[in-house]
Every structure is written in C-alpha cells, then in structure tokens.
Design a protein around this ligand. Structure first.
Ligand SMILES: Nc1nc2c(c(=O)[nH]1)N[C@H]1C(S)=C(S)[C@@H](COP(=O)(O)O)O[C@H]1N2
Ligand SMILES: [Mo]
Length: 521
C-alpha cells in the first residue's frame, strides 16, 4: 500500500468484487440462467451490428462470449476502483457509480426472455453489498486519512496507530475478498447441481409415458383463446422455494408411513416399475383471482397413489395425508381424494416429458378437483397417513382453509379487456370454465346486464379438465361489458357474490369491457 489513494482504489475494487460475487451466487442459487454480468454481455452482443459481431466471432471464434465477459469485468474493475477513489471525498459519488452500473444490469436483465421480478434480486443484493462493503472499508481509511481529500500521499506516518489501522484495513479487505471467492464458488456449485439434474432430465426416458394427443373437439375454434392444452413453458408456477430442489432421480426416495400397516420406502425405479396411468388434468391455484391465469391443463403421466397406499395398508381412523417436499413445504390432502376413483397421481411426466424441475422433478402429486396448495406437492419425498386434527400444513398455518376443493369458475378470454372489436360482423366471445372433478354442464354470458344467453361448449375428455366455451352476438357500436357464469354438472350455478382468494378461493363473475367500432362504410 504505497499511498492512501491506492488504498481507496483497493477498497472500491474489493467492494465491487464482493457485489459481483453475491449477485452471481444469488443468480446461480435461484437458477436464473445468466448472472447480471452475462446478461450485460448478451445485451452487448445483441446490440452489436451484425457485421461487427461476425467480424468479432471470426477473430475470436467461440471464445467471443468469454472474451466479452472478461472485457466487461476489466471495465468493471476500473469503475470499481474509481468509485473507491471517489469515496475518499464523498459518500454519494461512489453510490452514483454503483447505481449507474446496476442500472446497466437492470436494463440487460429486463431484456432477457421471461424476466420475472425475482430476476432483479441478484442485482439488488449485489448493489447493497457494494454499498455496505465500501462503507466497511472506508471506515478505517477515513481514520488513516483524516483530511480525506488530500488523498495523494501517505499521510499515515510510521506511528503505531496508523500502522494498526492500516493492518486493520488490509485484513478487512483480504477477508472480504476471500469471502467473495467462497461465495461465488458456492454459487457455482449450486448452479452446477441444477445443470447436472437438467442434463439427467434431458436424457431421461420414462417407460410407459406417451406423448399428449389432443382429444377431439376440445378447441372451441375461437382465435386468440387460451390454448386448451398448456405447454410446459407457459404453465403457471407457484412455489415458496427460492432455490428449487435439484434432485437426481437415483437419489430420490419416497417414504409412505404413519397410520399404515407396512411402511414403504421406494426409489424412482421402484415407482416406474408400477403400472402407468395418464390423464388430462387441469391444475389451478387458490390464489387465482376472478379472471386470473394461475391455471393450466396438462397431460400427466404417473402412478396411482391409491395403489401405493393400498400396498402400505391404511389403518382405520386416518383421514388425511401430509405430503412433504424435499424443500420442506407441506400440504394436507384428504385421504379420500387420494384413494377414490379419481386417479390421484404421483406424476413423473408432464405433457409427455419428465416433469420440468420447476414443476417438481422427479415426482409430484396431481389430484383432480383440489387446489394446488392442498394437493399438488412438488419434489415430493414423504407421505404421512394421518389425521387432519394432528397436522398443520404450510399454508393452513397462514390462514388458508384446511380443505379446499376447486370452486366453479369461468373466464372470458375473447374479447380481451379494453379491446376494440370490428363492428361489421357479430362479436365472437370465447373463454374457459372449470370445476375439476365435477365438470361443467353449461356456460352463459350476459352483455351490458342483459339476459343470460347460453354458449356452446367444446368437448372434454373427462370432468377433470377445463372446457372452452364460445358464442357470437351482434352488438351495436359503442362500449360494452360482458360477464360469464358457469353451471356445474352437479347443477350448481356459479355465484356472482364476490369473495377474495383467502381463505379458500375466489368467487364472482368475470367481466370484460370492450368497444365495438363503427362498421366500415
Ligand atoms: N414443494 C412445493 N410444492 C408446491 C408448492 C410449493 O410452494 N412448494 N405450491 C403449491 C401450489 S400453491 C400450487 S398452486 C401448485 C402449483 O404447481 P405448478 O407450479 O406446477 O403450477 O404447486 C403446489 N405445490
Ligand atoms: Mo396455489
């Protein structure tokens, strides 16, 4: 340390390193595909004119991306050191530099496909780390450099206090640098675990799992309606885990115990050795608001849990099964729903592919007719046959209902809310309706508070899926409102009484405002 000035540069550099390490580790742990630095590199690549990019690739070959990342890191190192020197004079100038860098990261991350709000967490934590670490390191430096402004030559003379402070600073800087290296190493390991399981999953062939074949007549034939079959990538995702479990199938074990005569413990191959059952089942979330999209319909393949429970021999007196995930999340499911003829599944495949990791790889539960939070445990590792009186599952402890069958619901997909509809033809209406495991008998719409008018229902393979509905009506030009309600096969008419999602699912009619334009002359 020749001068206080270089000490400030070092402080900035170490703070910067710590922030990058934290954001990298968080990104890896959250299995975000790219860390913020890589996101910036990709943005640079995309923003580079084609010819220049090709020239660079020509010169650098497949090393273009790593080289770019190194260039960005070198640039960052310069900016970090500069921020450190600025910190000698003011507290806000380095923060402004960090903020500018973080903003570049935010822009890059938000241009990544499917950036969710959570994708900004690594950057946020990295930024916080910068500020905290810099102030930790600035503290001894300010004591060394009371003028904190005439920061060129070593002002701390050879007296003991300055030496001790200097040693304190170097120790802190060294410790933070070391922790940063460990943190990014840990991030690498976590990310590698996920990538490894991703690879296993990609190569996995599941006997008895068939490709989804769209049943006849399930499409209402309305343009822009939500597809009846939901592709895995579009399927909604709800879980409490920030780092989702990465489980190698060969390490997976399922324990079935509690009020049973023969507790079982089976591995993935044991599970696959059992008879396969496949079905279209619509899964929905209790947090789905009226008109919401926390619902999807997939072709699930797996093993009937009823068969395994029969093998285990359920004792009298049990009325519930507590399901536990590898991540510790739990849900309590009525025993009856797992043992009756609805074919509750230990699912291993979704739409003909091994379960995506985010949807519970390698095994999750799917129970037609129940909201996900009481039935659809992902990364399932434990089934305890028990009594509702003796358990408190994750969401039930937070005020949600202990039992939660899906409520009848319907949604208008077309016309979209706020859209303009051409006035020279009848207006086409379409959407979906569901009450899994009960089934939908009819759907009606009412325009502008007028009478309910019956719609046409498309086909369904069973009562366990949603159904598409459609109709068309001639309407005058101007603003209109349409609302929809369904009637179940049980004869129940969907209520218009509005209830929030807490504690056991929303009720109320979905309505959509749209405008019919004047027909062209
Ligand atoms: N391990 C675990 N399983 C879980 C959850 C969770 O938080 N953790 N959420 C449940 C909820 S609330 C729903 S709605 C469904 C969603 O399943 P999906 O993400 O595959 O759509 O998973 C259920 N299974
Ligand atoms: Mo949910």
């Amino acid at each position: 340390m020749r001068s206080v000035r270089s000490a400030w540069s070092l402080a900035g550099l170490v703070a910067g390193l710590a922030g990058v390490a934290v954001s990298y580790a968080v990104a890896m742990a959250m299995s975000i595909r790219d860390s913020p630095v890589v996101a910036v590199a990709e943005l640079v690549i995309r923003a580079t004119p084609g010819a220049a990019a090709e020239g660079a690739i020509g010169v650098l070959g497949t090393w273009d991306k790593p080289v770019l990342v190194v260039v960005i890191l070198v640039f960052l190192a310069g900016a970090f050191a500069w921020a450190g020197r600025l910190a000698a004079r003011s507290w806000w100038a380095p923060v402004a530099v960090y903020l500018a860098l973080a903003t570049a990261g935010v822009v890059a991350v938000s241009m990544q496909p499917a950036a969710s709000p959570l994708a900004f967490l690594p950057l946020t934590l990295g930024f916080v780390t910068w500020v905290v670490v810099l102030s930790l390191l600035a503290d001894p430096l300010r004591r060394l450099d009371p003028a904190a402004g005439a920061a060129d030559e070593s002002t701390g003379g050879p007296d003991g206090v300055a030496l001790a402070t200097r040693r304190g600073f170097l120790l802190r800087a060294g410790a933070i640098a070391a922790v940063s290296v460990v943190v990014s190493g840990a991030g690498r390991v976590v990310g590698a675990g996920r990538r490894q399981v991703e690879e296993t999953r990609r190569l996995l062939r599941l006997p008895g799992v068939t490709e989804p074949v769209l049943p006849r007549g399930v499409r209402a034939g309305v343009a822009d309606i939500t597809p009846w079959e939901t592709p895995n990538d579009d399927f909604y995702r709800v879980h409490t885990a920030i780092v989702v479990p990465s489980i190698e199938p060969r390490n997976w074990r399922l324990r079935i115990h509690g009020l049973v005569d023969n507790p079982l413990e089976i591995g993935f191959d044991d599970l696959l050795a059992r008879e396969r059952t496949e079905a279209w089942v619509t899964l929905s979330c209790v947090s789905n608001r009226v008109g919401g999209d926390l619902i999807g319909n997939a072709w699930w393949s797996g093993v009937r849990v009823a068969d395994l429970l029969a093998e285990a021999g359920v004792r009298p007196g049990a009325d519930a099964v507590l399901q536990t995930s590898d991540d510790g999340w739990t849900c309590g499911t009525p025993l009856a729903a797992l043992t009756d003829d609805r074919d509750a599944l230990l699912a291993v495949a979704m739409n003909g592919e091994p379960l995506p990791i985010d949807h519970g790889f390698p095994v999750r539960m799917v129970v037609p007719g129940l909201y996900g939070y009481v039935s659809a445990c992902k990364w399932l590792v434990d089934l305890e046959v028990t009594r509702f009186d003796d358990i408190e599952a994750y969401w039930v402890g937070k005020g949600w209902a202990e039992q939660a069958p899906v409520k009848i619901a319907s949604r208008v997909d077309v016309p979209r809310s706020g859209s303009d509809v051409p006035g020279d033809a009848p207006v086409v209406f379409g959407g979906v309706a569901w009450e899994q495991h009960t089934g939908i008998e009819g759907v009606e719409i009412a325009v502008d508070g007028g009478p309910w008018q019956p719609c046409t229902l498309a086909s369904v393979p069973s009562v366990d899926t949603w159904v598409q509905w459609s109709t068309s009506l001639s309407l005058d030009p101007g603003d209109h409102t349409v609302r929809v309600r369904a009637t179940s096969k049980g004869g129940q008419v969907q209520t218009g009484v509005e209830q929030d999602v807490l504690p056991d699912g929303a009720t109320g009619w979905h309505s959509v405002d749209f405008t019919v334009s004047e027909p062209d002359a």
